[in-house]
Design a protein around this ligand. Structure first.
Ligand SMILES: O=C(O)c1ccccc1NCC(=O)[C@H](O)[C@H](O)COP(=O)(O)O
Length: 264
């Protein structure tokens, strides 16, 4: 694992060790969670791209945009108006300058599902803040993945399991998660290659054909243009998760809409 990811995980371990008591009582209400899968299918049927647009203040070592909870709520509302199927909110504070305050503000202000994007390593984090979806990273959770998926579901979250290679994908497909993320960013090198989606999406489709299942595939990271979107959707992704290129845009609404309409 890249040293930056090791540092993020270590900082998360230290932060969770300082958490004293859960803020939320779980399971929480999740009326929006149920709709994400049908919302994605509906957008696809309408010829729109299901875009999960991300409220992302920074990448490790690179500030992208100052985002207070009020800004987050305004940005998310522009994304929703432009047709985003869900909003992803980074809550990791140290390396991504995210916050649970941003997540709470966004969730209050939009009616589409909200994904908590963080490095979840300890079950206490499920009780930190409510969200509709929650990211679980197969490469970080290793043999704890299945248990964390089950806890997430029991607490009212829809888990999105992020994978980057065939081994992680096979582990993800053994769990109850219905949302499979294919991260085009390699957490060992931080290099991005959209061919990761081209390589792994057919594996999910083959698995579903043989098992009668119907996973939703979300292509994550490194998507900067409508050509990129057509490439990963053409490979079998159902949806895309886009951070940097939307958040760096001067017109959040227009950029989100351009991606939602990428198949026109
Ligand atoms: O964004 C990074 O540079 C990054 C570095 C190391 C680990 C994770 C990282 N990003 C995590 C994310 O959730 C991304 O923000 C998300 O996949 C969107 O990616 P992008 O569209 O490339 O900003």
């Amino acid at each position: 694992m890249h040293s930056v990811i090791q540092e993020i995980v270590q900082a998360t371990v230290e932060r969770t060790a300082r958490m004293e008591y859960p803020k939320i009582r779980t399971p929480h209400s999740n009326s929006r969670t149920k709709s994400i899968i049908s919302d994605i299918r509906q957008k696809k049927a309408q010829g729109r791209v299901p875009v999960i647009a991300e409220v992302k203040p920074a990448s490790p070592g690179k500030k992208l945009r100052d985002i207070s909870p009020a800004d987050a709520s305004h940005i998310a509302s522009e994304m929703e108006k432009a047709g985003a199927v869900a909003i992803s909110v980074l809550t990791e504070p140290e390396f991504f300058h995210g916050s649970t305050g941003n997540l709470e503000a966004v969730r209050k202000n939009v009616s589409i599902p909200v994904l908590r994007k963080d490095f979840i390593i300890d079950k206490i984090q499920f009780d930190e803040v409510e969200s509709d979806l929650i990211l679980l990273i197969a490469g970080i959770l290793g043999s704890d993945l299945d248990e964390m998926v089950n806890i997430a579901i029991s607490k009212g979250f829809e888990p999105l399991v992020e994978t980057h290679n065939i081994r992680e994908l096979e582990e993800a497909l053994k769990t109850k998660a219905q949302l499979i993320g294919i991260n085009n960013r390699d957490l060992n090198t931080l290099e991005i290659n959209l061919n990761t989606t081209l390589e792994l999406a057919p594996v999910v489709r083959e698995h579903d054909k043989n098992n009668g299942s119907g996973h939703i595939i979300i292509s994550e990271s490194g998507i900067h243009s409508t050509d990129d979107i057509r490439k990963v959707i053409g490979a079998g992704a159902d949806a895309v998760l886009v951070g940097t290129s939307i958040i760096k845009s001067d017109d959040i609404y227009a950029k989100t809409k351009e991606f939602v309409d990428a198949l026109d």
